[in-house]
Design a protein around this ligand. Structure first.
Ligand SMILES: Cc1cc2nc3c(=O)[nH]c(=O)nc-3n(C[C@H](O)[C@H](O)[C@H](O)COP(=O)(O)O)c2cc1C
Length: 269
């Protein structure tokens, strides 16, 4: 198989890292390749916080549902949807003022801006994942970074039009970590839909997630003494969990602050 395809086909999340240091050269290459990701209008509506301070890594580990591997990961990157920088560029560079002279009111930084910036940041993150694999570095996304927005915001110094999009931890694998079974996926026929959305219902869903359910049953990881379904598992373990409730509250706050908190928004002109 083509080397790039092989790399993508074999990728899996890595959660245990070796102590092997990452050279400056490798890190530089990883950064350059990350930034080659496509970006809306080539504006690069994102920033990446590279967390190097061990105390901050430990604080993030705690904030992200006590996932201790964050504290020991050699690379901890937080991808931010960043419209703040363009807001500053427009305002400090005089574009807003020029627009006002021409009768153009300063528009709000809206949810469309937010969505584009989130796309930019997440696409860059996945470039980092694949480039990392090519450099021998494994990675794992940390979804819990979306929880506890207020604390994350304070720790990272975020402003209203800067939103956490994704978090990645990376490093060289600890020996043998990657020899385990790769996680299963739904077949392409269950995910791709031709021309329009076709709402999946029970029978198709059962078929789509059959392989994952089988793996979980083999690991005795299904509820009700392993007799429950994969849907039961995710419903009880994740969807109704306190961490999911917190993630929903936190994400709502992030969006509310984005909508209401912009210092250069329409309201201030
Ligand atoms: C948005 C997102 C959030 C994730 N959050 C976590 C996390 O907080 N902790 C973790 O151990 N893995 C996390 N993962 C990794 C997934 O569990 C993993 O990708 C999934 O189980 C499939 O396994 P694979 O990546 O090895 O193919 C996350 C992945 C994504 C894409």
């Amino acid at each position: 198989m083509n080397q790039t395809l092989q790399l993508i086909a074999n990728r899996r999340s890595l959660r245990a890292f070796s102590d092997e240091p990452i050279s400056d050269e490798t890190l530089e290459t990883l950064k350059e390749m990350t930034l080659r990701a496509p970006t809306a209008g080539n504006q690069m509506f994102y920033s990446i916080i590279e967390v190097t301070d061990p105390a901050r890594k430990a604080a993030l580990a705690e904030l992200c549902d006590s996932q201790v591997m964050i504290a020991t990961a050699p690379i901890v990157w937080i991808f931010l949807a960043d419209v703040q920088k363009w807001e500053n560029f427009y305002s400090e560079g005089g574009s807003y003022a020029k627009g006002l002279e021409r009768g153009i009111k300063v528009p709000e930084i809206g949810l469309g801006d937010m969505h584009l910036a989130l796309q930019d940041a997440i696409i860059a993150a996945q470039n980092a994942v694949i480039s990392g694999e090519a450099l021998g570095l494994g990675s794992c996304y940390i979804g819990d970074i979306v929880e506890q927005h207020e604390k994350v915001k304070a720790l990272l110094g975020l402003t209203p039009h800067v939103m956490v999009a994704a978090m990645l931890i990376m490093g060289y694998p600890k020996s043998k970590e990657r020899t385990g079974k790769q996680s299963k996926r739904c077949p392409a026929s269950a995910v791709f839909m031709e021309n329009y959305y076709k709402e999946p219902h029970l029978e198709q869903l059962k078929e789509a997630y059959k392989a994952q359910e089988q793996d979980l049953r083999e690991k005795h990881s299904l509820p009700d003494d392993n007799t429950g379904s994969i849907a039961d598992r995710y419903y009880f373990k994740k969807h109704t969990s306190t961490f999911m409730a917190e993630m929903n509250r936190s994400a709502q706050t992030m969006i509310d602050e984005w909508k209401n908190g912009g210092k250069n928004g329409k309201s201030s002109y």
